[in-house]
Design a protein. Structure first.
Length: 351
């Protein structure tokens, strides 16, 4: 459907359903009784007698009733299935077209966008969840957790590793009643109603919104980072400020994930690997911190660093050219800033 066709459809539907108060009262009254005279309609509604004839003729023009020109004139209800059959298919097509346009965020043009509509924020949250290929970080209210439960379960089924933060902790579903491992690799709860709503897919595509914005309060906002270099700010804020201050673990089952594993967050990577035994091999795509040039590091993982209550993480990889230290986004002390990390058990995973 072209834009012009869609506009015409909307105009036609608007005209068909542009009923005034008198028309609505008269239509519902006739539907309830089957057929009535104009006087009977006036007696059963608040429509003034002089306005009844204009009102029912308007309904007749829209095909909602039939007029039998007798004395007195009879107003006869038309079966709603028949009355709306002509518009039903076009309405369905129109709604489908509108929905397609509504659910397809225009992420190709702007790297950073500011949105204030609750429905738009929810739409982007859903889109970020669906776009995640291997890693997802989320801060959700209990209501949002329930809303996106099926989407998160589907992401888990596709092998996406999910860190889920539920806030406020007092309202988080009890682990005895809610299967957190169906929707997350690890789930924690955090106190405070001021914790923002966050979703980060693969360390890049992300959304940050206040909880107030989702209550339709005025002057609230959400920020979308679409594959932007600034997107790591949301991921970093989640990992260092929110995740590390969540006092309660609701569920954790990272050991069951198969190898090779992919990570956007070095903090998450180091956290998981330190809890496992055996050797690990890494393929890391990132950039040299001194030259800014793209760089790939492949080799055996020979050391970890994990400091500041999970806030600072790094690793050392033994390559053919010697040991290379790897840090997260905006690393300064290490040799390489990691953007994507793949970990295998026998050898460095192929890119």
């Amino acid at each position: 459907m072209t834009s012009d066709d869609l506009r015409v459809s909307i105009e036609q539907v608007g005209e068909r359903f542009d009923l005034g108060e008198y028309e609505i009262d008269a239509y519902l009254t006739v539907l309830e009784h089957g057929d009535l005279t104009a006087s009977q309609i006036a007696d059963r509604t608040d429509i003034p007698q002089p306005r009844v004839y204009d009102t029912v003729r308007s309904l007749s023009d829209r095909g909602l009733v039939e007029l039998r020109e007798s004395r007195p004139m009879k107003v006869i209800a038309v079966d709603p299935k028949e009355a709306f059959s002509g518009i039903q298919s076009s309405l369905t097509d129109m709604v489908s077209e509108l929905e397609a346009r509504y659910t397809a965020p225009a992420r190709e043009t702007e790297a950073v966008s500011l949105v204030k509509s609750r429905s738009t924020i929810l739409r982007y949250l859903e889109d970020v969840i669906e776009e995640a290929e291997f890693e997802l970080a989320l801060s959700l209210t209990p209501d949002l957790l329930e809303r996106f439960r099926e989407d998160l379960s589907a992401a888990m089924d596709h092998g996406v590793s999910i860190e889920l933060l539920v806030t406020p902790a007092a309202d988080a579903p009890d682990p005895d009643d809610f299967d957190y491992l169906d929707v997350a690799t690890t789930a924690r709860a955090r106190r405070g109603i001021t914790t923002p709503v966050i979703a980060v897919a693969d360390g890049e595509y992300s959304i940050y919104a206040t909880q107030d914005a989702l209550r339709d309060d005025e002057d609230r906002y959400g920020v979308i980072f679409n594959r932007s270099a600034l997107g790591f700010l949301v991921s970093g804020f989640f990992g260092t400020v929110l995740w590390t201050t969540a006092e309660r673990t609701l569920a954790a089952n990272g050991e069951d994930r198969p190898f090779p594993r992919r990570y956007a967050s070095i903090r998450r990577c180091v956290k998981e690997l330190q809890e496992l035994e055996g050797d690990f091999y890494a393929t890391i795509e990132g950039r040299d911190i001194e030259t800014g040039a793209a760089r790939v590091v492949e080799g055996k993982v020979v050391g970890f660093s994990f400091e500041g209550g999970e806030r600072v993480a790094g690793m050392t990889v033994e390559t053919d050219a010697g040991e290379v230290t790897v840090g997260g986004q905006v690393a300064a002390l290490e040799d390489v800033e990691a953007h994507e990390i793949s970990i295998g058990r026998e050898s460095p995973p192929e890119r």
